[in-house]
Structures are given as C-alpha cells and as structure tokens.
Ligand binder design. Structure first.
Ligand code: UD1
Length: 419
C-alpha cells in the first residue's frame, strides 16, 4: 500500500492540465451496455475507479479495449449479474443497473455496503425502477431488478438530501429503452448528468431537459454505437484551485470548463483570491487579503460536497472564523479529526464545521478516509511545517490522475513511498 509524503513550504506556480471527469466517465462507460454496437469514449481518466468499471464490463461479457484515454466497448452479449468481488470495491458500480435493466429487462448487483462518508442508500434509484414497472428484490446481499417490460412513467427522484446524481443517471439509462415517455422530476442538474445525456442522445436516445430539474425521455426501440469525449473533471480542477489558493503564486488550469466551477471560483474570489477565467482556462493568484468564508454544500449548481474537505484545508489557515456546512452528506467530516492532528482548530456541530483559522499547520502522519478527504490532507500538507505523511493513498488514486506528479510539476515536493 503506497503512502504519500508531502514536504511542506514549497510554492506552486505554472500550468496544470485537467483530466476527464471521473464522475462523468463512470456512468458513460456503463451506458455502453445499452447497445450491441461499438462505443468509443475518449478523455477517460486513468484511475482505479475507472479500472473497476472496465473490469465489471469485461466480466459482464463486453469486449473492452483501452489506449491512452480512449476506451472502446462492444457489448454484443451481456450477463445481467455483476460479480460481487469487484462491485463491492466501488459504490458507483450501482450505475450498471439502469442500462442492464433497460436492455435485458433484468439486472443483479450487490447492495452497496455502508460507506465511510455516511449511509449511502439507493432507495431513490429503486423507486425510479419500480415506477418504470420493475420488481425489486433484495436477497442475500444482492439487489435484483426485473421487469417483463418497462413503461414510461412520471417519477420524482428528490430525496431528503436533495436530488441524486447516480439515481438520475440510472433511471435515465433504463428509461431510454422503455415504452413511452418518462418524466423525471427532482432530477440532478449536475454537468455529469448532462454529459451522460449527451452520450445517450448520440446513441439515438430522445432526451430533453438534462441539466434542469425535469428530464423528459421518449423511449426508443434500440440504441446504436457512438463516440463521445468526457467533460473536464470539475472536482479535480477545484482541488487544484484550492491547492493554488493555499500556497500558489499564480497557477493556470487548462482544459477546464469555467462555468462548471462557478460555485468554487466565486467563494475563492470572495475569500480574496484573484480569479481570471477564459476559454477552457482559469488562473488563480493570491490577492491583497484573505478572508474567512461561510460555505454550504448543496447539489449543483450549489457548492459541491466533493470540494468541502479541500476547502476546509484552505480555511484552516485563513484568519477569522469560517463556517462550512454539508447538506448533501452531513456526516462527511472525517478529515476534520486529521486536520486537527495537524494543528487545525475546528469544532464540529452536526453537519457544520466551525473553523478558527490558525497561522500554520504542522506536518503529521494522517490517515486518508475517503477520496476527497485524502486530497484535503495532501493540500493541508503543502502549507504545513515539516512532512505530512498521508496513509491509505489508494483512496486518492480512485479519483485523481497522478495528483503527486501534477503538483510536483507546479513546484510541490511530494514523494510516493511503497510500504
Ligand atoms: C455522486 C458522486 C459523488 C458526489 C455525489 C453528490 C459519482 C460517481 N459520485 O454520488 O462524488 O459526492 O454525487 O454530489 O458521480 N441518497 C438517498 N437515496 C438514494 C440516493 C442518494 O437518500 O437512493 C442521498 C445520499 O445519501 C446523499 C444524497 O442523496 O445524501 C446525494 O447522493 P447522490 O447524489 O445519490 O450521490 P451519488 O450519485 O452516489
């Protein structure tokens, strides 16, 4: 198991190229199950979560080829039961349910187990499948969905924490091959949902309203092969913006979509950083002052829960009192205990972190608990005195393509050590 050693105190400057979006690529790869024809998906990031998804697709019987970011999938004949050993490694495997149900009218996957960022149910996905006419059975740790036929329906996917991203993806992927019209109300508006809808449309699906709260899908008889390029990863981009805010002297992100990042760049500007956005690029420079922030994570277009931990790392050394609330995953604060071990002054009150900025953090051995929390610890280490040792690095490799190499190219000093 690798660990990362961050030597604190280096300044970042220069240009970093952002990878394709993990959260877009995962359901898009799964959507290739909807056709017997070949799909070619480009700008697929090289990450362990992507590797798990490609393994699942191979195990289901797809022919999968991958060459420098381009994945070719041909799903001529497919099994409908995903192997537990791989599915259990990644919660997003659940997004094979929708396309398998759409195409084969049945699918079985292991129920996602308890997750470190809180209880992550799939009740809304299942509610959507039931509305399309599927029966749902939970047996021996598996969930099986089965429908003699799928019929279009009106479905509300809003849950108590707002909309569901993969739930919207899943129901949309099943509904494209249903009989008649499906209306998804309370749909997730995330750019990743729009990206999936664009791929489905390229495959011949009829979808309107992706990116709004109401998506309308007119079922078609079959889909065909298509080519698609995945959108830039707004969370990777946001993470580099925060790294540059913590210890940068001017960093430019290229191949980004600035309008997907407004909920991150606006608070950074409010905190005093100088942000300049152009076509496919964003530059961040230190401003004259730095201010504490009040941030509330909400579904898109709100401030993303996936940036909450990294922002806590920045605010930990920002003078004043910052208040950060996570309304999407209220228990997602595992990074707080680790930041406190580095000297941060943070108090947790339910879904809210109250952060009293300190001047400096100190390096310490810390434990990564989930993907974004581990990124936050690396970022905190960039500005800490001494060495921060981040253990359980596999979390970070799930979602960041060569984060250590990219940060080092900007001037950081990060070592990856095999243990
Ligand atoms: C996706 C992202 C993840 C991000 C999250 C929220 C992928 C692969 N992952 O996860 O990085 O943090 O969106 O932006 O795209 N919920 C229910 N019932 C359900 C489904 C969800 O109650 O059936 C709740 C969740 O517990 C959570 C909230 O709804 O509180 C949002 O979750 P959801 O949008 O579904 O997250 P994911 O799609 O799994």
């Amino acid at each position: 198991m690798d660990k990362i050693l961050v030597h604190g105190g280096r300044r970042l400057a220069g240009t970093v190229r952002i990878s394709g979006s993990k959260n877009s690529a995962l359901p898009i790869l799964a959507a290739a199950l909807l056709t017997k024809e070949t799909c070619v998906i480009s700008r697929v990031p090289d990450l362990s979560d992507i590797h798990y998804m490609l393994t699942i697709l191979s195990e289901l019987g797809c022919e999968v080829e991958r060459a420098s970011g381009v994945v070719t999938i041909k799903a001529e004949n497919v099994d409908t039961e995903a192997p537990y050993d791989i599915v259990r490694k990644m919660r997003a495997s659940v997004c094979i349910l929708g396309p398998l149900l759409g195409r084969e009218k049945e699918a079985t996957v292991s129920l996602p187990g308890g997750c470190i960022i809180g209880d992550r149910p799939i009740d809304l996905h299942l509610r959507g499948f039931e509305a399309l006419g599927a029966a749902v059975r939970v047996q021996a740790g598996n969930v099986k969905v089965l429908a003699p036929e799928l019929r279009g329906s009106i479905i509300n996917l809003r849950g108590k924490f707002g909309s569901t991203v993969l739930g919207t993806d899943n129901v949309m992927m099943a509904a494209v091959l249903a009989d008649g019209t499906t209306v998804i109300d309370g749909a997730a508006e995330e750019p990743e949902v729009v990206d999936l809808a664009n791929f489905l449309i390229a495959m011949g699906a009829k979808i309107e309203g992706a990116g709004t709260r109401r998506i309308i899908i007119e079922g078609v008889k079959e889909l065909h092969g298509a080519e698609h390029e995945v959108i830039p990863d707004r969370i990777e981009a946001g993470t580099f913006l925060v790294a540059a805010a913590i210890c940068g002297d001017g960093v430019t992100l290229i191949r980004v979509e600035p309008k997907h990042l407004l909920a991150v760049t606006e608070p950074l500007a409010q905190a005093g950083f100088d942000i300049e956005s152009g076509r496919e690029k964003i530059t961040i420079r230190p401003g004259a002052t730095r201010r504490a922030l009040k941030l509330d994570a909400h579904p898109y277009p709100g401030f993303p829960t996936d940036m909450q931990a990294q922002m806590c790392a920045l605010l930990a050394t920002t003078d004043g009192i910052s208040v950060v609330t996570d309304n999407v995953f209220p228990q997602r604060f595992m990074h707080v205990a680790e930041l406190k071990r580095m000297g941060a002054n943070i108090e947790l009150q339910g879904p809210t972190a109250i952060i009293h900025g300190v001047e400096k953090l100190g390096g310490a051995p810390v434990m990564a608990s989930d993907l974004r929390a581990s990124a936050a610890l690396v970022l905190a280490g960039l500005h800490a005195d001494g060495i921060t040792e981040v253990n359980r690095v596999y979390h970070i490799d799930r979602g960041y393509e060569s984060i250590d190499e990219k940060l080092n190219a900007l001037g950081a000093e990060i070592e990856r050590v095999k243990v």
